[in-house]
Design a protein around this ligand. Structure first.
Ligand code: ARG
Length: 248
C-alpha cells in the first residue's frame, strides 16, 4: 500500500515536470504571424478551413528553418501593423507592401515578392485605362488600409474611394454597381476575375510594389533571423517552388 502511494507520487511528480519542460519549451518556440486570410493566392482558407497560400507556406518554411513553431492569426488587414507594434504577434505577413509610411511604424525584411496594383472593371466599362480614373466622377472600390486605398485616396480624393473589408466584398460592390472599378493587387485580382464572369483587369497598371514581412520596430534579432531564413530559402529554391505552386 505504502509502496503504491510512493510510486503514484513519483509518477505524478515525473509527469508534472515532464509537462513543465515540454510547455516551457513550446512557449519560447512559437512565432505568431498576423495576416488577413482573404487574399488568394497569398493567404486564404482552403476547403478544410486551413489557412494556406504563398505566405502561409513561406512562413512555415522560415519557421522550420529557424526552429520555431508557426501560429497564424487571421485579423482585419488594418489591424496587422497594430498587432506587431503592440507585440501580440511577432511578424506580419500578408502580401504586405513596403511603404515609407509603414516604415515609420514597423521594420521590414528584404522583399520576397513583387506586387502590382491593378484596376478591375466590368467588361464594356467606359474605364479603359488608369488615366480614365481622373476624368470623371468614378467611384473606386478598395480594401481598407491597403496601399490601393492609400494611393487612390491621395490621387482621387476620399469621397471617390469606397473601402471594403476585403477584395471580395469590393468586387461584389463592383458587380452590384456601387463602385465603377476596384483597385487591388494583381494576383488576388486575377483570382477574383476568374471566379466572377463579366469582369476584366485593365492592361495598364496603377502601381508596382514590393512585398515583405514586418516586425516590431527595433526587433533586429528577429529581423536578422527572418532575413537569414529568406536568403537561404531563396538560394535553395524553396521560395520559387512555393510561388510556382500557386502562380502558374
Ligand atoms: N499589398 C497591399 C498592401 O500592402 C494589399 C495587401 C492586402 N493583404 C491581405 N492579406 N489582405 O497594402
Amino acid at each position: 500500500m505504502k509502496l503504491t502511494k510512493i510510486l503514484c507520487l513519483v509518477l505524478a511528480v515525473l509527469s508534472l515536470s515532464l509537462c513543465f519542460v515540454a510547455c516551457g519549451n513550446d512557449e519560447g518556440k512559437v512565432l505568431k504571424m498576423a495576416t488577413n486570410a482573404y487574399f488568394q493566392p497569398y493567404e486564404y482558407y482552403d476547403a478544410n478551413n486551413q489557412i494556406v497560400g504563398i505566405d502561409a507556406e513561406i512562413a512555415a518554411a522560415i519557421c522550420e528553418y529557424l526552429g520555431y513553431e508557426l501560429e497564424i492569426i487571421d485579423m482585419e488587414f488594418d489591424s496587422i501593423i497594430t498587432s506587431i507594434q503592440e507585440g501580440s504577434c511577432d511578424f506580419g505577413m500578408a502580401g504586405m507592401t513596403v511603404s515609407p509610411e509603414r516604415l515609420v511604424d514597423v521594420d521590414f525584411t528584404s522583399s520576397y515578392a513583387t506586387g502590382v496594383q491593378v484596376v478591375i472593371v466590368k467588361e464594356g466599362s467606359a474605364i479603359t485605362s488608369v488615366d480614365d480614373l481622373t476624368d470623371a466622377d468614378y467611384k473606386i472600390g478598395v480594401q481598407l488600409g491597403t496601399t490601393g486605398d492609400i494611393y487612390a485616396t491621395d490621387d482621387y480624393g476620399a469621397d471617390r474611394v469606397v473601402s471594403y473589408n476585403n477584395g471580395n466584398s469590393a468586387v461584389l460592390a463592383l458587380i452590384g454597381g456601387s463602385v465603377d472599378c476596384v483597385i487591388l493587387d494583381n494576383e488576388p485580382a486575377k483570382k477574383l476575375v476568374e471566379a466572377n464572369p463579366g469582369l476584366k483587369i485593365l492592361d495598364t497598371s496603377y502601381a508596382d510594389e514590393d512585398y515583405a514581412i514586418c516586425v516590431q520596430k527595433g526587433n533586429s534579432e528577429l529581423l536578422e533571423d527572418l532575413n537569414r531564413a529568406l536568403d537561404a530559402l531563396t538560394k535553395d529554391g524553396t521560395i520559387d517552388a512555393i510561388v510556382n505552386k500557386y502562380i502558374k
